[in-house]
Design a protein around this ligand. Structure first.
Ligand code: MG
Ligand code: MG
Length: 274
């Protein structure tokens, strides 16, 4: 049976927006620091400082056994990479996942990018993979705006990806509800599932996070017990936003513009509660 999850009021959603914006700021600062020669641990410190200076707590540190502010997953690592002294190289495909908790409410967001400084067929392919993954996230968010049931999000994500070539979609890892905890029910699938899922109604807050691979979608967990790596050594990409459904529409809490740009090509206008 599906567990119960909290339906948020507009006031609670406004609080989640504060956490979402701080999450976005941390990711923005990390993005600006990504260049050849930087270590993923340095990126972690930038994110942590941004969140603490902004009056929040890095919510990844509240996950039992995890001690960092971001996950940094490089090339064949898809998600849950642990920051370390690993040095990023030009052309690497890196995915950064981060979350902030402010005043008891959470944000969760992720992006992928190709480390600048190298132009090759491989980097073009990696950029395309990141773009397809990002586009599928916005397709999922756009679907949420008009959905009656939550499984319509996964149908839209899978459809968007399938139309753009042969990519793998991770199935063991999915999106989730978000609120007082970073991870809440319900599960948000990135592919079509038979179960319609819960009703999409005002107060539903979810993190949508497609993860795609350049080859087969099969993965294993590295001996560090965290990092999810592709079995065939293909590349992984990961994009994520936290989104609120409210009485007037949807609002992308972890996008500084609330989702205006990302949703434009889908003909959807997000509504701010500010
Ligand atoms: Mg995340
Ligand atoms: Mg998440």
């Amino acid at each position: 049976m599906r567990k119960k999850y909290e339906i948020k009021t507009n006031d609670q959603i406004r609080k989640m927006r504060v956490a979402g914006l701080l999450t976005a700021k941390a990711l923005e600062n990390v993005r600006a620091a990504i260049r050849p020669g930087v270590t993923t641990l340095e990126l972690d410190q930038i994110a942590e400082k941004t969140i603490r200076d902004g009056g929040g707590r890095p919510n990844f540190q509240l996950v039992p056994g995890y001690h960092h502010t971001i996950c940094a997953s490089v090339n064949s690592e898809v998600v849950h990479g642990i920051p370390s002294n690993r040095v990023l190289e030009a052309g690497d495909l890196v995915s950064i996942d981060c979350g902030a908790e402010v005043d008891g409410w959470n944000g969760d967001s992720a992006f992928s990018m190709v480390v600048p400084g190298l132009d090759s067929d491989l980097t073009k392919q990696r950029q395309l993979q990141s773009d397809v993954c990002e586009g599928s996230l916005w397709a999922g968010i756009a679907a949420l705006a008009g959905a009656k049931r939550l499984n319509e999000v996964g149908v839209a994500i899978e459809h968007y990806i399938a139309q753009r070539g042969k990519w793998g979609i991770l199935e063991q890892y999915v999106g989730h509800g978000i609120g007082r905890s970073m991870h809440e029910d319900p599960a948000v699938f990135n592919y079509a599932v038979r179960d319609a899922g819960p009703k999409v109604e005002p107060g539903l807050c979810v993190a949508i996070e497609p993860m795609i691979t350049s080859g087969d979608q099969k993965t294993f967990i590295h001996e560090d017990d965290w990092t999810v790596v592709t079995k065939d050594s293909g590349d992984g990409a990961h994009w994520e936003h936290s989104i609120a459904v409210h009485s007037k529409g949807i609002w992308v809490l972890t996008a500084p513009d609330g989702g205006v740009e990302g949703l434009k090509s889908f003909g959807i206008t997000p509504i701010s509660l500010d």
